[in-house]
Design a protein around this ligand. Sequence first.
Ligand code: FAD
Length: 488
Amino acid sequence: MKQTSCRSFDAAIIGSGFAGSILAGILSRHGMRVALIDVARHPRFAIGESSTPIADMLLRRLGERYAMSELVALSTWGFWQQSHPELAGGRKRGFTYFQHHADEPFSEQRVGENSLWVAASKSDDVADTHWYRPDVDQFLFQLAVDAGATDLSGHVVESIEQPTGQTTRLQCSRSDATHPDAITLNADWLIDASGQSGVLARMRGCQDQVAELKTKSFASFAHFRGVRRMSDWLETRGIESSIPFDADDAAQHHLLSNGWMWMLRMNNGITSVGMTSPAPVSLDWSSYPTICDLMSDAVPVEPPGVVSTGRRLQRYFDPVVGDRQLMLPTAALTLDPLHSTGIAHALAGVDRVARIVMEANDSARSEQLKAYRVSFRQEVQLLDRLVATAYATMSDFPCFTIACMLYFAAAIRCEERYQQGEDPEALWNADDAEFVRLVDWASQELMDVRKRGSSLDQRLREQLKPWNSAGLMDPAVHNRYAYTAATK
Ligand SMILES: Cc1cc2nc3c(=O)[nH]c(=O)nc-3n(C[C@H](O)[C@H](O)[C@H](O)COP(=O)(O)OP(=O)(O)OC[C@H]3O[C@@H](n4cnc5c(N)ncnc54)[C@H](O)[C@@H]3O)c2cc1C
């Protein structure tokens, strides 16, 4: 017989991925009663693994601000290896890009002709990381439970109602159909951390604003064992492979005629491999001899099999659903894996939402929600512009490189602002109107094939000067950027 119990919480969080779990940990340590609901149980497969300097900086700040030293420990490769070697992950010194042509092995006549290396950290010790999400998410989930969050793993949300102005009522049932018990939760706050599921927006019938986005892409991905190293492949052919860092200690991008592939190497033998394309895509590299070599012994091992999204990746919702019903940025938006922005966006959202919830200041709330909405919107618009421009230029490597430089300028300026003690309203310098205007202008020039004249790089280099402390777009370095990282 079905039994229903009823419990009250200060906050109910839907989704115990890393973002929901960190938020649950913060609120629980603050003394709040938190329900952490997830349809799945840890450990479980998750995609979205490559962190960045901004993401690591935000992780460190969350750890310091909310006295969670465990987060600080995961914020650099060196510290992670000392503190939690049991959690699988990968060393990430930066970003590498290789332009391939169908039926030809990768090659270049001169350094940087078809490749780009952008360092994000100056040494292995302070390097960024790839997160092996089954391990990392489970670890962060356990932190939340240890801090007092109520574990409602294996539960699915059946309905969301708001019978009074303040309280949200959730009906949840066990996702294991053989178990009949149901639970009713009353919560002062409801936070959607369900990632791509966007449970709150979907159940409340919110409007998807995806038509506003220029980026349009589809993905196919899996975790593989046995992926060969690109640095070995390059070395055996006498192509420079490790300056300024090893090509595989990176978010590795392979540009193809119909999109791009990522390879993210973990220290447990797993490599995350995926492909993203403007049209529905299957994970097929058969026309690219170099990728065939890298993948010749590779076997997909999880989730099981290869995932193909089938439908457009992008979703875009207003993150403020109600006065006390909020979505984290990664629940309100899925954009694209290019530029690896999801982890940083989620972490910034955790901080913003934690502050709104913990302050619980009824008179200031409408201003706080407005600020949350504005910064999110600024970020989405800038990222969408940057990513769509990169896709539009993908078959023209010099122009694609320029499009990437815009992203790196945005990211580096954002890091610098944090390091100078600022608390920017938006990530990626999206709250700097002059910078946004520059990106809009450059994007228009790059998107229009007729305007991509040879002087575009010179004109952009000139215009970028106020934000270009890292020496981006310097022809003398031949696409090998060794020192872009703001120091950690
Ligand atoms: C193909 C792809 C590649 C990506 N690569 C990168 C990358 O390299 N770097 C990067 O920074 N970002 C990347 N991202 C983005 C990244 O995946 C997300 O930013 C990140 O996973 C968000 O984490 P999260 O904790 O918010 O949500 P998730 O990790 O998605 O966790 C959501 C949780 O909610 C649970 N859930 C879902 N539905 C329900 C439901 N109905 N009821 C209860 N629980 C539910 C799930 O089981 C899950 O545990 C990528 C995204 C995609 C699609």
